[in-house]
Design a protein around this ligand. Structure first.
Ligand code: NAD
Length: 373
């Protein structure tokens, strides 16, 4: 088996380390920073604090972005980068802020709209501004991935773009920043972590380093996610979920995600189910399917290392964990019509589906969506 590994992001992990943004800004020796932050952090004062502490290194901020950031938001952010001759970018927030910043930090060095690269297969330019990623959810792992997931709401398209230029220069993971996540966000983003670990592990592109990361991350999720959900102030649980999120990011960025992420795109786009919850929706379903395929023994072994008898028992535990946290295990309340189910099947046929170890046919997708509906 041949495999390659690359992880160029310099990682700083620990409570209170968000204050090191200013040190990195100085260390990089680049002027004119832009802070791209989730709107929440303009209301709680953190965005203002980071700009102030940078002592002039960060000269502007951008917060006009929404969950599942739109291509127009990336273009607007890139326009500010060009206009203010920005030299580096700091991204503060969940996957939405980090992904918007990653894409903007690349296209700003061109005259292009991100639409040229979104879902078109056109390769992103390699040149990009340096990025410091500061996650505030324990979910996407975007701080260490070469992926930016964007949505073109006008054209009904949600899709990841992959580019080596999207790896941030630095990631600062400060668990304290996640304390303000409401339980519903903790639950959804935490299930996203488990999806990354499992999908990275069973992806056709799996490899030993990512496998080890996947196992470690999944173990932490089963141990700490429910604790963080029950008690947002549980410092140990918050820290361990940040560790899990980061390490699950390392587990999937090279092997790539698979069936659950492919199905999440229409669930989020059309039915507005938050990203993590949408991924988790089908995770136990695909675990059971993949365990019956040629790689079934590998997945059973993964489940056994986590303390389960086999994949079936692990899938039951995932189902139960979602239910305990009030996350969806079905789509019954949407009262889907046959036409809507066909639409879900059609849009789930996304490139990520082809990374799944078992070939997923339209008939299988249709059967799954009928059961969930
Ligand atoms: P998010 O960034 O969309 O944030 C979700 C909600 O939580 C928002 O309302 C935000 O304001 C709020 N929030 C974030 N941090 C908070 C905090 N500390 N306290 C209070 N509220 C907070 O959520 P996410 O799940 O981190 O990101 C989802 C996006 O990331 C999706 O677009 C998804 O497709 C993408 N994604 C990207 C990658 C990648 O590698 N680039 C991987 C997985 C998912």
């Amino acid at each position: 088996m041949n495999w390659d590994y690359l992880q160029p992001v310099k990682i700083r992990f620990g409570k209170g380390r968000v204050s090191e943004v200013k040190d990195l800004a100085k260390e990089m020796g680049i002027k004119n920073g832009l802070l791209v932050a989730d709107p929440f952090f303009f209301t709680n004062g953190l965005a203002e604090r980071i700009v102030k502490e940078s002592e002039g290194a960060i000269i502007a901020s951008f917060g006009d972005l929404s969950p599942n950031p739109d291509v127009t938001e990336v273009d607007a952010c890139a326009a500010i980068i060009r206009e203010k001759e920005i030299g580096f970018v700091v991204a503060l927030g969940g996957g939405s802020s980090m992904d918007c910043a990653k894409a903007a930090a690349s296209i700003a060095l061109t005259d292009d709209s991100i639409r040229k690269y979104h879902g078109t297969g056109v390769a992103m330019p390699q040149e990009h501004l340096p990025l410091i990623a500061v996650p505030t959810t324990a979910g996407t792992g975007s701080e260490v991935t070469c992926v930016s997931v964007l949505t073109d709401h006008a054209n009904g398209k949600k899709s990841p773009i992959v580019s080596d230029g999207f790896f941030p220069s630095y990631a600062i993971i400060d668990p304290e920043l996640t304390y303000t996540m409401p339980p519903k966000v903790t639950a959804g983003t935490g299930i996203d972590v488990l999806s990354h670990a499992l999908e990275g592990f069973w992806s056709k592109g799996h490899q030993p380093i990512c496998d080890a990361c996947a196992l470690h991350a999944a173990e932490l999720v089963f141990q700490y996610l429910y604790k963080a959900y029950l008690d947002p102030a549980d410092e140990e649980a918050r820290e361990k979920m940040c560790e899990a999120s980061l390490i699950a990011g390392l587990a999937f960025t090279l092997p790539k995600t698979t069936s659950s992420h492919a199905c999440s795109f229409p669930l989020t786009n059309i039915h507005h189910i938050p990203h993590g919850e949408a991924c988790g929706m089908t995770l136990d379903y695909f675990a059971r399917i993949n365990a019956k395929g040629a790689d079934g023994a590998r997945i059973d072994e993964f489940a056994r290392k986590l303390g389960f008898k086999d994949t079936e028992e692990m899938a039951d535990a995932i189902h139960e964990l979602k239910a305990k946290m009030g996350l969806r295990n079905d789509l019954k309340d949407l009262h889907l019509t046959e036409e809507q189910i066909s639409e879900l099947v059609r849009i789930s046929r996304h490139p990520n589906l082809y990374n799944n170890p078992v070939e997923i046919t339209d008939e299988m997708l249709s059967e799954m969506y009928h059961k969930l509906a």
